[in-house]
Structure formats: C-alpha cells, structure tokens
Design a protein around this ligand. Structure first.
Ligand code: FRU
Length: 493
C-alpha cells in the first residue's frame, strides 16, 4: 500500500472522531471526513452493498480525488471502511475519478476508474489527461493493476478527446465477456457515450459510439450507466452545462434518462424518450446496482455543482448521497421509489384521515427532521378547486422549507429560500406533475438536511438539501381554498 493511501486512511480515522453523529444525516451516506461527490463502485459483493465515492478527505472542498468506501446490508445503515484508492501512481497522480465495480469469476472485486494525470501543454497550461484504470481487491484493500492504464488515447475513436474521457461503468455479460460505457467528447466538445468490450476486463476494444449528444443535452456527458429495465433499455447520463427546456433540465449539470431499445448483436441503442431524473435542486452523477433479488437500484450525489463551494472550510464534511431508489418503467417513464428497506426504519406511526382545512394547520405529533410522510391531497369540493396546498417543514419561527402545489397549473414547487441560506443562489425549483381533479400523492422523506419528494408513487422526484438548524423541526400544512388530506407519518431511525 502506498504512503499516500496509508496517510489518507490514518487521517480519516483520526479526524472522523471530531464529527458528532448528530450533525450528519442519519440514513443517507455522507462523507466520512472532508468532501464527497459522485457515488462510485456501487455493487453487491460478498453479502454486502459496497458504495465508494469521490473523496477529498483533507478538506470539505474538492481536491485530489481519492475513493472513500462504505458498506451496508440494507442500503441505509452504512459503515465506513478505509479509503480504497488514492492518487499515488504516475497515471492517476492528480486524481482517481469516478468509476464502477463488479465481481470477477475468481471472487475478487474489480474497480474500474478514471486516472487523472496533468500534462504540460505547448502553451504552458496544464491539462488533465484521462485514462481508464483497474484495481482488484477483497472488499477492503485494492491493488492497482500492472497493465494500467487499460484504456487510453489510442483506444479512442479518431475525434475523441483524451481530456474528456471518463467515468467507466463496467458489467459482465451472460456469456462472461465484459463491457463498459465511458463518457467522452468529440472534437467539437460535444458529449457522447462510448462502448468498449473485453474478454478479461484488462484488454479492451472500442466497439462503437452508443449515443451522441448532437447538441441536445449540455456538453460533456459524465457518469454514464446502461442497463435493461422492464423490457426497455436505459442510458443514464449526467451532462454538464445543460439548457433548460420547459420544466426539464434546469440544474445546469443534471442527470438525464434516455429510454430506448437495444439490439445486443449490433450493439445498437435506439433512443425513444428522454426525461430529467430528478426535478429538484440537488441530484447528479447517479449510478445503479443490480440487487441480488433483481431490483435495479439507483443512487446519486445529492448536491449540485453550482452550489457546493459556498460553505466554510471549517465545516468538517460536505456531500451526501440521495436515498437509494428502486427503478422501474411505466408508460415509457422512469419510476423511482425509495428502497423498500426504508420501511424497516419506520418507528412511531401517526394517521390522520380526511383532514379538511383552508388555512394553516398543525397536526398533533407531526414534526421531526427524520420523517417518512405520505400525503394524499384533494379538493374539499370537486366543483371549487383549491388554489394552493403547501407542506412546510424544518420549520420554526425563523426557518422553513416547503413543497407547494397549485392544481390550476399542475405545478409542484420545492422552496428552501427561508432555510437559513445566506447566499443568492437558486432556492426554488418547479415541476409539472400529473394531477386529476386536484388530487396529488406525495411521499416526503426528511433526513436532517434534505428532503426527497416522491410524487404520485414515484412518477417524479424532487430532491433538495438544506442545512437548517436541527432545532427547526416543525411541520405545518397550508391551504388556500378547501383541501382534504390524509396523512400517514412515521418517525424514522
Ligand atoms: C462528475 C465528475 C466526474 C468525475 C468526478 C471528479 O461529478 O465531474 O465526471 O469523474 O466528478 O470528481
């Protein structure tokens, strides 16, 4: 093991003790110490889920990337393991960027990641050359392979940029051969996903350009993932620098889901539909795992690149993951539900049926910052539509964050502008949702510093982080016009 990795392991072990558990999310994975971004190497290995992450242990801001590491049996209780990778060889001396994992036939765990190495350019500037590398280990310690890098410039199609060539997602086919998809830019700096194949996960061959942007979704496409789901094929990508289209793609850097058909013989992906994956503010760089029971489970980084440099360096950790979400496809759309394991965290249950109101109300016992709450909302009188419904949480006399719904426009909004932020950043996001006759179903999950709203049984999700004082634990409901509501609320954890 290199001294650089040994130092990182020692540092995180010591520094972790300075962070009180109470100041972290409970069942969302947050950085052990320092900075976290993308989920990496999400896999099921030797009876545990493994989740690695982009990690800079030494400060709560982005820096030379390591891979942090955590394991869990239920995707909710995470145990930190020592950092798995550090930037310690010539081909990754400036960072071990995002990648993925799988189990090899001999039982070892394979990590495939992007190595970053700065190269002096003729004009005197430094640019990051990106190559693909592998490391093999036992779920705790990993050794980088002598053959590294296993994919570099010579493997790219002619117009491929070696400066934008990253984030391999690797898997093994039924016949034992390996495939991976990797994000890349062409000579015009336009994003695309490349497909490679290999008999042994070491020797790789370029197969084809699986999908190309052609100016549609932002520029570089980061963190691709590619899998079959309910008879369709899904390509997840996280494009940089997107332009909003209507209510879609508002996050600058956001995650897009392309749904289509795949012909395995010719490796041809035919796109049929596209949609945003998350309609809130904080979600990026998702990755999926196929669970042993056949579920396709996705997790994302629950932050936004445009708002993640605003915290003080004194903050001991920054960055958290989304809830792991079970994926399916219905009517050509991606459906996301919190993993069913979350139900096992449910404690005290409160139920209120047919609560009729037309102003602000509170319900006995409905409060908290670790909450799973199902709301079924409809008008009191079908002939007289209410104008607005809102649920406010993380609330006291100073702060609140809210979700509101206007049936007239069928628009759902998350709003954290009064959450305690002192910055002039985006605090609201609106999403068009399905609602018939003013009815809408919301499942609201709070975990200390975040909200994830699952709309109409997972048709849409809105995620947002907020770093409000934990003392603000009130929840209230508001209606402008007559609303009737059922509430089922569980304390979590
Ligand atoms: C996405 C990303 C990846 C890269 C990593 C670097 O958020 O930019 O493309 O591998 O983060 O930390």
């Amino acid at each position: 093991m290199s001294q650089i990795l040994r130092d990182a392991r020692k540092y995180e072990e010591i520094t972790e003790k300075e962070i009180a558990d109470a100041l972290r999310p409970d069942f969302h994975l947050s950085s052990r110490v320092g900075w976290m971004n993308d989920p990496n190497g999400f896999s099921y290995y030797r009876g545990m889920y493994h989740l690695f992450y982009q990690y800079h242990p030494y400060s709560s801001h982005w820096g030379p990337m390591h891979w942090g590491h955590a394991v869990s049996k239920d995707l909710l209780h995470w145990e930190y393991l020592p950092a798995a990778l550090a930037p310690d060889t010539n081909y990754d001396k400036d960072g071990c960027f995002s990648g993925s994992a799988l189990t090899l036939p001999d039982g070892q765990h394979l990590l495939m990641y992007t190595g970053i190495s700065k190269e002096r350019q003729p004009d005197g500037s430094d640019r990051e050359v990106q190559t693909q590398c592998i490391a093999v280990g036992d779920g705790m310690d990993y050794e980088k392979c002598l053959e590294n890098p296993v994919l570099d410039q010579k493997d790219l199609p002619e117009d491929g940029s070696r400066f934008d060539f990253r984030d391999p997602k690797v898997w093994r086919e039924q016949d034992g051969a390996y495939r991976c998809v990797i994000g890349n830019c062409d000579a015009q700096k336009d994003g695309r996903v490349l497909l490679f194949s290999s008999p042994d996960a070491v020797h790789w061959k370029f197969e084809k350009i699986l999908a190309a942007n052609q100016g549609r979704f932002g520029r570089m496409w980061e963190c691709p993932d590619f899998f079959g789901l309910d008879g369709k094929q899904v390509l997840l990508i996280s494009p940089q620098d997107m332009m909003p289209h209507g209510f879609e793609y508002h996050n600058g850097n956001g995650t897009v889901c392309l749904i289509g058909a795949y012909d395995e013989k010719t490796c041809t992906f035919t796109e049929e539909k596209d949609q945003a994956v998350d309609y809130g503010i904080d979600f990026y760089a998702s990755q999926t795992v196929l669970a042993p029971d056949g579920r396709r489970i996705m997790i994302g980084w629950m932050q936004n690149w445009d708002t993640c440099n605003l915290h003080s360096s004194e903050q001991p950790w920054f960055g958290q993951m989304s809830l792991p979400r079970e994926l399916s496809i219905k009517n050509g759309r991606l459906i996301q539900k919190p993993v069913r394991e979350l139900e096992s965290l449910r404690g005290e249950e409160l139920r209120y049926q047919d609560v009729a109101f037309s102003d602000t109300i509170r319900l006995d016992g409905v409060k908290g910052r670790k909450v799973d709450m199902e709301l079924d909302i409809r008008p009191q009188d079908a002939g007289e539509m209410y104008r607005k419904f809102a649920v406010r949480f993380a609330q006291n006399d100073k702060y609140q964050t809210s979700i509101s719904f206007r049936p007239g426009e069928s628009v759902l909004k998350v709003d954290r502008k009064a959450s305690g932020s002192r910055r002039a950043i985006i605090h609201q996001r609106r999403s068009l949702v399905n609602s018939e006759g003013g009815r809408i179903k919301l499942r609201v999950i709070l975990d200390c510093f975040s909200v994830e709203v699952f709309v109409n049984d997972g048709e849409q999700v809105l995620s947002a982080t907020f770093y409000t004082d934990l003392e603000a634990d009130g929840i209230s409901f508001f209606a402008d016009g007559g609303v009737v509501m059922d509430v089922v609320k569980y304390a979590l954890g």
